[in-house]
Design a protein around this ligand. Structure first.
Ligand SMILES: [Zn+2]
Length: 323
C-alpha cells in the first residue's frame, strides 16, 4: 500500500514576511529541529485589521521579525493551535504589545501523577548506545504550561471582531488534547498547526496525545473539503482530502502491525518495537515505543487488546489480544 507523500519546503528566509496567498502572509522562525522541520511558520491573515496564528517560540529574532511585520497593522486576534513551546510562547508578548485577545481551546492540562507512574520505564537500558554517552532522545516538543488564552474557544466558535476575515475554531484533539485548527472561509483554508503537517507524520505521545482522538480528528479534517491546508511546519497542501485520508490509512496500517505483532507472540512494547521498527535506529526506539503505546491504549479502549493480569495499561505492561 502506498503511504502519504510528504513534501519539502525548498527555500526558507528566516524572519522575512512572505505573501503566500491573497490573504495570508507567513514569517518563519529560525528554530529548525526534528519536530519543527525548517522552523515555526507564524501566519498573518488580512491587511490593516489582521489576525495572527501561532506567534511562535521564545526567540528574540522571531519576536523582532514579528514586531516589524506587524508595524502599522491592527492585530484583532491572536490564535493558538496548541501550547507546545514552538507555537505559543510569544503569544504573551504579542498580547501585551498589541492588546489583542488570545484565543485557544484552553491551557494544557497539568501533569497527572497517575500517568507518570504508568509511563515509568524501570528496565535497564541495555539496548542504548554502548559508548556510555547516550544522548537522551527528546520524545516530543516541550509543553508551554504558562500559556492560558484570554478567551477559551470551543469547536465551531467564530472568532469575533475580525473584519473581512471569517475564522472558525475546529477542535482537533490528538497531538495534544487542546489542539485546535483554524478555518478561514474566504480562502477555504485550514490552519492545521501540528495536527496535519505537510512534511511528516505527527507525534502522538500519551498521556496528553491520544491516538483514538487523533484518528477521529484526522477524519474530521478529511471530511471538511478545505481547498488548502496550512501547517505550522512545512509546505501547504492543496490535496487535503486525499492527503489526510492517506495519513489515516498510515495510522491504521501501523495499528494492524501492532495487532499482528501480538498475534505472533510479542507481548511487550519493547518486543513490538523491535519487530515493527527493526530498520529504524535504536536511539529512536523510545519515541517509537510511545507511539506503539498510544496505539495499544486505543486498542485497549476499544476492547480489542487487554493487559495480562488485569493491571493498568502501563508502558511496561504485558499485552495480549482479547479472547
Ligand atoms: Zn506540537
Amino acid at each position: 500500500m502506498t503511504g502519504p507523500t510528504f513534501r519539502t519546503l525548498d527555500e526558507v528566509h528566516y524572519g522575512r514576511v512572505e505573501q503566500v496567498s491573497p490573504l495570508i502572509r507567513r514569517v518563519i522562525a529560525d528554530n529548525p529541529s526534528k519536530f519543527t522541520y525548517r522552523g515555526t511558520g507564524t501566519y498573518i491573515l488580512g491587511r490593516g485589521d489582521v489576525v495572527v496564528i501561532d506567534p511562535g517560540p521564545r526567540l528574540d529574532s522571531h519576536r523582532e521579525a514579528m514586531a516589524a511585520a506587524l508595524t502599522g497593522e491592527r492585530v484583532r486576534a491572536i490564535l493558538v493551535t496548541h501550547c507546545h513551546s514552538d507555537h505559543s510562547p510569544l503569544a504573551a508578548w504579542m498580547h501585551e504589545a498589541t492588546g489583542a485577545p488570545t484565543y485557544a481551546s484552553g491551557p494544557h492540562p497539568p501533569p497527572d501523577p497517575t500517568w507518570e507512574a504508568l509511563a515509568e520505564d524501570d528496565e535497564d537500558d541495555e539496548d542504548d548506545e554502548p559508548d556510555g554517552h547516550d544522548k537522551p532522545v527528546a520524545m516530543e516538543e516541550a509543553i508551554d504550561l504558562a500559556f492560558t488564552p484570554t478567551i477559551a474557544i470551543a469547536d465551531g466558535d467564530r472568532v469575533p471582531d475580525t473584519p473581512g476575515l471569517t475564522i472558525t475554531a475546529v477542535h482537533t484533539p490528538g497531538h495534544t488534547s487542546n489542539h485546535t485548527c483554524w478555518a478561514l472561509d474566504e480562502e477555504r483554508a485550514l490552519f492545521t498547526g501540528d495536527h496535519v503537517m505537510g512534511w511528516s507524520t505527527t507525534v502522538v505521545s500519551p498521556p496528553d496525545g491520544d491516538m483514538a482522538d487523533y484518528i477521529a480528528s484526522l477524519r474530521k479534517v478529511a471530511g471538511r473539503g478545505d481547498a488548502t491546508l496550512w501547517p505550522t511546519h512545512g509546505p501547504s497542501r492543496d490535496d487535503a482530502g486525499q492527503y489526510v485520508a492517506a495519513l489515516v490509512a498510515h495510522r491504521l496500517e501501523r495499528e494492524h502491525g501492532v495487532l499482528a505483532a501480538l498475534d505472533s507472540g510479542r507481548t511487550t512494547i519493547r518486543e513490538i518495537v523491535a519487530l515493527l521498527y527493526a530498520d529504524v535506529r535504536k536511539e529512536l526506539h523510545k519515541p517509537a515505543g510511545m507511539s506503539v503505546w498510544s496505539h495499544l491504549l486505543k486498542l485497549v479502549g476499544e476492547g480489542r487488546v487487554e493487559v495480562e493480569g488485569c493491571g493498568p495499561p502501563a508502558l511496561r505492561a504485558v499485552y495480549r489480544r482479547t479472547r
